[in-house]
Structure formats: structure tokens, C-alpha cells
Write a protein that binds this ligand. Sequence first.
Ligand SMILES: C[S@@+](CC[C@H](N)C(=O)[O-])C[C@H]1O[C@@H](n2cnc3c(N)ncnc32)[C@H](O)[C@@H]1O
Length: 233
Amino acid sequence: MPLFDRKPVPHDEVVSGSDAATRALSVTAVENDFVEGVYDKLATVYDLVFGPTLHPGRLRAIQRMNIQPGERVLEVGVGTGINLPLYPKLCSVTGIDFSGSMLEKARERAARKDIRNMRLLQMDAADLKFADDSFDIVYAPYLISVVPDPVRVAQEMRRVCRRGGRIIILNHFLSPSRQLSRLERLISPFTIHVGFKSDLDLPAFLAQAELHPVSIEKVNVPRLWSLVTCVKD
Ligand SMILES: C[S@@+](CC[C@H](N)C(=O)[O-])C[C@H]1O[C@@H](n2cnc3c(N)ncnc32)[C@H](O)[C@@H]1O
């Protein structure tokens, strides 16, 4: 079955509540400097802590992307480059991240694994230094709940993606379960110290970023993360 000819997920299914377009995305506010500091510290242990546990989602995302030879992929928040070995050799990959320590790990990995179809650049996801329509696929794995302004980042991802290209977001979002979501809101000011806000509101994020997914799949074990696939119209 072709992956990208599905009808968009109906609006009602993803935007629960009429205030989604205006409500706060998270109880936790962060600044770039703080996040950069967190990831500079995490760089040496990142693969150990967030490697295997979050890997099923990464594998599913690559499958979902259905990357064709020659396609240009942008990974936003490339981190230690844990996804680099997963991309097919016949595409070209650009990885950006603002943490010098995480990028250093990515460069080491690329050299160790002899990965040549990629370039790594230090950049803020909220201010991408690429022209409009530069990529066929723009992918943010485990990034969107880390950044100060997820909507701005999504707008930048959309801008640099070509018309008809895929915008893929892999992330943990606030649970629809009332009990779990209360807990996620409660712990969010603490989870940001290990690199993510646990309470990013997916329907509000999609509404504010004006993203219309063609699919949303639950991934990882437990299935608390979402793989959100959009096509730029
Ligand atoms: C949770 S890690 C994800 C790493 C990798 N993509 C993965 O699959 O595990 C988030 C990464 O996003 C980077 N990051 C956070 N905010 C950023 C921003 N505003 N611009 C660029 N990179 C950012 C962090 O430095 C970190 O390397």
C-alpha cells in the first residue's frame, strides 16, 4: 500500500477541544541556553539512556519515510547521530543541532561507521539557514518537546520542505488519559532537566502549527510516543 496517499486524519480526531488553537502547549517554559546546557551534559550518556528504549520509533519512522534514491533529508536535532546509520546510502542527509557536544558525537559516529552521504551543521531549529523548499523530507526525531517554541520550529520545518515533501515528527506528547496527563503535567518541570517536556499537547501543537497529519501512529514500548506524518501541500 502506498504510504502517502491516505486522506488526512480528520480534524476532530486530532484537535480535541475548540480551544486547541489557543491553549498553552506545556506548563514548562525553557530557553535555548538551558536546553543546550542540558544536552552538552547529556552527550556522553545519551546513547546509553535514550538509545535502545527509543529505537523502535526511529526504525518505524525510517520505514514510514520510504526514502527514494536521491532524496534530500533534513534531520532536525540530529544529536549524537544515532539515526545516521539508518538512512539509505543513496539519499543525502543534512543533520542540524545546536549542541556542539552532541554534534561532536555525531561526527565521531559518522567517521566510525564511514557514513559519507551526510553533512552536520550547528544551527538553531527555530532559525534554519536553508532556502525555502530545500528538502524532500524534514524529520524531527525526539526534538519538538525540547525546544522553547515548537510551533516556530514546525513552521521552519515546513518552510524548508518542498511542496509534496514529508514532514515527520517523532515525539512523546501529553497522554489523552486524564490521570496520566495530570502526572505528565506535574513532572514536566523536572523531565526538562533530562531533555524533554513530558506534557506537550499534540492537538494544540498541530492546530497552532497548522499541520494536518496523514497519519499518527503510536510507537515504542510502552506506546507512549507518536509518529506524526504530514505532507506539505
Ligand atoms: C532528544 S535529542 C534527539 C536526538 C536524536 N534525533 C535521536 O533520535 O535520539 C534532542 C536533540 O535536539 C537538540 N536541540 C534541542 N533544541 C534545539 C534547537 N533549538 N535547535 C537545534 N537542536 C536542538 C539537542 O541538542 C539534542 O541533540
